[in-house]
Design a protein around this ligand. Structure first.
Ligand SMILES: Nc1ncnc2c1ncn2[C@@H]1O[C@H](COP(=O)(O)OP(=O)(O)OP(=O)(O)O)[C@@H](O)[C@H]1O
Ligand SMILES: [Mg+2]
Length: 355
């Protein structure tokens, strides 16, 4: 059953269309991420749900009740802003307890809830410090604790982990997911970090220019991006453009006079221009380019070591391609020629090539 519903939300500031049209339904307990580049309208959408920005048109519903005209303080939502404004004159524990005081939750429950949530974000030992005495990441965790402590029906997070270092960020992602699952709190999180969106979300709404361009489970959006923009934004990818041609061997993508690649049959009609996305990890290196050459031959122009994997860049007849290969101890050398191959099913037909 739909718990949160956004219905044709729009926000214009004079001539600026911050949000052009956003419609979305979330189930109770779902974790949804709004993912997209800077300026695409993520914060504005979240602020409309929180009640701090009034929509130019459209409506918001929570648990069957209209929310659009309810004042922000009466919506009872847990909100962590992009710039998490903590009360500077209050200690960590007082900041976290504030929302409970507003709800007239008294001791001993107040103390217990503050303690529990501070333990959750690993800040119990700093409970008596002021925000100015904390690092940016610690302040961010206080902001998260402050939102969680009231056990809100809906949690709204705007880049909640952006100030954490990589390791703490990965830990907090798992922690946030664990907390969210155990509380069952319906959550909408804004992020421009695709890994974070994939790690945390039940569904991702990819946004571009004030609209949701694709909505789905992380693995579906990643494996089946609808557009070149989504393919490039959610992970990295290789985009190949050509004209479809039906040959005796099946459908082909004619990229140039010299290159025709086999491609999946169901992608379009002969004569049409088509775009395909192939993820870097779906391409394999085969042979040395002289014998077995796979679909294409290429020259390794750069390789980058990333610990668990190598990234290769190859110059090919269809342009520069990027490969991601698991590190198994025998990297291919720069300057070498190699064959490239992939499964036909990993060539994903996408709309629009201007990624
Ligand atoms: N109060 C405002 N007045 C005028 N324009 C605004 C206002 N708030 C936002 N905008 C514009 O609306 C667009 C969307 O802004 P928004 O803050 O929602 O982006 P965002 O997706 O959250 O970006 P970021 O990832 O950088 O935080 C931007 O072009 C922004 O400049
Ligand atoms: Mg923002």
């Amino acid at each position: 059953m739909t718990f949160l519903e956004l219905n044709g939300l729009r926000k214009h500031y004079h001539s600026v269309r911050a949000v052009s049209e956003v419609s979305l339904s979330a189930e109770r307990g779902e974790f949804i991420s709004l993912l997209g580049p800077s300026g695409c309208g993520k914060t504005t959408t979240l602020q409309m749900i929180a009640g701090f920005v009034e929509p130019s048109s459209g409506s918001i519903w929570l648990d069957g009740q209209p929310l659009t005209t309810v004042k922000p303080q009466n919506r009872g939502l847990g909100v962590v802003f992009q710039s998490y404004a903590l009360f500077p004159h209050m200690t960590v524990a007082e900041n976290v307890g504030f929302g409970l005081d507003m709800r007239k939750i008294r001791e001993p429950e107040r103390g217990r809830r503050v303690r529990d949530v501070l333990e959750l974000v690993q800040l119990e030992q700093h409970r008596d410090r002021l925000p100015a005495q904390l690092s940016g990441g610690q302040q961010q965790r206080v902001a998260l604790a402050r939102a969680l402590v009231i056990a809100p029906p809906l949690l709204l997070l705007d880049e909640p982990l952006s100030n954490l270092d990589a390791k703490l960020r990965a830990e907090m992602q798992l922690e946030l997911r664990r907390i969210q699952r155990s509380f069952g709190t319906t959550t909408v999180m804004v992020t421009h970090d695709q890994d974070e969106a994939m790690a945390l979300s039940d569904r991702i709404a990819v946004m571009d220019s004030g609209r949701i361009v694709q909505l789905g489970r992380p693995q579906d959006v990643y494996e089946r991006p609808a557009t070149a923009f989504v393919a490039s934004f959610l992970g990295s990818t290789n985009l190949i453009c050509g004209q479809l041609r039906l040959s005796a061997a099946g459908m082909q993508l004619v990229v140039s006079d010299r290159v025709a690649l086999p491609c999946p049959d169901s992608t379009g009609r002969a004569g049409e221009t088509a775009w395909f996305s192939i993820r870097p990890e779906k391409i394999r290196l085969v042979g040395d380019g002289s014998g077995e050459t796979g679909h294409l031959k290429g020259k390794i122009v750069m390789r980058v070591f990333c610990g668990d994997r190598w990234i290769y860049e190859l110059d090919t007849d269809v342009g520069r391609l990027v490969l991601r290969v698991q590190n198994q101890g025998h990297p291919a050398d720069e300057g070498r020629t190699a064959g490239l191959t992939w499964n036909l099913g990993d060539m994903i037909s996408v709309e629009g090539g201007h990624a």
